[in-house]
Design a protein around this ligand. Structure first.
Ligand code: PSV
Ligand code: MN
Length: 387
């Protein structure tokens, strides 16, 4: 198996790695906290310009994070073309635009599924503002997560909520720029605790199917009940042509609390493996899926910039491992019903130390071989400058 790995490293490993890029979230560079307390972490970004500058620095030192997602109104500016220029001058572009449909008082009972048509209209206006920002920044993705749901039985009519939501989403798809995509992110709890309107991948897939080719499903790694087999979800979404993107993070209890790969590197590796194996088995000439790999993590205690570099590096390492699976040998073992060998092949790639290979890959591109080491220098500088 070792020899085969070496062969792959020389052949398509580098090219495949080259195609793996990640998007950082602007909101991940600010101070994070809990609902009990938010402390300012050293060097955390205070304004959108600092958030974009930090995202650009992540790309400078990792070479694989060429875009940054924005969240509106958190990242609102007078002139989005200026924001685009600011990003491009620093070597990155604006990625997904995320409408915030959860912070207005009016949205307490929902936004796009709200029982009152005036509130739904307001939410659609907020989304339209995001679509305008997409035009100005050159963004091609509208990434939608809704806090919509109910907290008590009887609070609203489920079927009518679904109809209202569908109607609103159809309007949104019609607003998209040509070639633009709508990604629907599901979450089974919080802030609503009785039901959420898009609780799981099944509902997101159902809606994305009805909305047509511009709509896809976004999988946030922290949005599943414990014990969910996320790699299986990924395989099914891929086979339906509906895997739109990810929000990568790690969690122990709930949501996007922890740095990518902190607790569950094997799970994320298995997720990436499903993608790699799916692409390898595509018939010749088939168009590979367009998957937006985005990070969505809050950094409650760590300096956010350092946590973001850790996240990017870990995701790249795990993807690099997934690229090393000996697919031919695995297919043979599967056919022969050789469970032990099949599992060992999957584990073998996971336990391969890809760090020296990645250091080489970086050096050959003029990048620091150890991005985290380089990150500490910038971290010291922003901590001193920003107080
Ligand atoms: C919701 O928990 C979520 O994962 C969505 O992606 C939001 O946009 C983001 O977190 C806000 O931090
Ligand atoms: Mn998310």
């Amino acid at each position: 198996m070792e020899t085969r790995h070496d062969h792959r490293v020389a052949a398509d490993w580098t090219a495949a790695l080259e195609r793996f890029t990640l998007e950082t979230p602007s909101w991940g560079f600010g101070s994070g906290g809990t609902r009990f307390h938010t402390a300012r972490q050293p060097g955390s970004a205070r304004k959108v310009w600092e958030r974009i500058a930090d995202a650009a620095e992540v790309h400078q030192i990792t070479g694989c994070a060429p875009s940054v997602a924005i969240h509106l109104p958190w990242d609102d500016v007078e002139d989005f073309s200026a924001l685009r220029r600011f990003a491009e001058e620093r070597g990155i572009r604006i990625g997904a635009v995320n409408p915030n449909l959860f912070q207005r008082d009016e949205y307490t009972l929902g936004s796009l599924a709200h029982p009152d048509a005036r509130v739904r209209r307001r939410a659609l206006d907020d989304v339209r503002h995001c679509v305008e920002a997409m035009h100005a920044t050159g963004s091609t993705i509208l990434s939608l997560w809704l806090a919509d749901g109910t907290n008590f039985p009887g609070q609203d009519n489920f079927v009518q909520r679904k109809q209202r939501l569908e109607e609103s989403l159809r309007e949104i798809v019609a607003m998209l720029p040509a070639g633009g995509r709508l990604l629907l992110e599901y979450k089974f709890f919080e802030p609503a605790f009785y039901h959420t309107d898009i609780p799981d991948w099944g509902m997101a897939l159902l809606l994305a199917g009805k909305l047509g080719p511009q709509a896809g499903v976004l999988v946030d790694m922290g949005h599943h009940p414990p014990g969910t087999n996320v790699p299986y979800i990924i395989a099914i979404l891929l086979s339906e042509g509906k895997l739109g993107g990810f929000h990568l993070n790690s969690r122990h209890y709930a949501d996007d609390d922890l740095t990518v790969g902190s607790l569950d590197p094997y799970q994320l590796y298995l997720v990436f493996r499903e993608i790699v194996t799916f692409v390898r088995h595509l018939p010749a000439g088939a168009v590979p899926p367009q998957i937006a790999y985005m990070i969505d993590q809050t950094n409650a205690l760590k300096p956010p910039f350092l946590a973001m570099v850790q996240a990017v590096v870990r995701a790249q390492e795990l993807y690099a491992k997934a690229l090393l699976v000996d697919e031919e040998a695995l297919a043979e073992a599967q056919k022969a019903g050789d469970l032990v060998r099949a599992e060992e092949i999957v584990r073998d790639a996971f336990f391969t130390d890809v760090r020296p290979l990645l250091a080489e890959w970086r050096s050959s591109r003029g990048l620091p071989p150890d991005p985290l080491k380089a990150a500490f220098r910038y971290q010291e500088e922003i901590a001193a400058r920003r107080g």
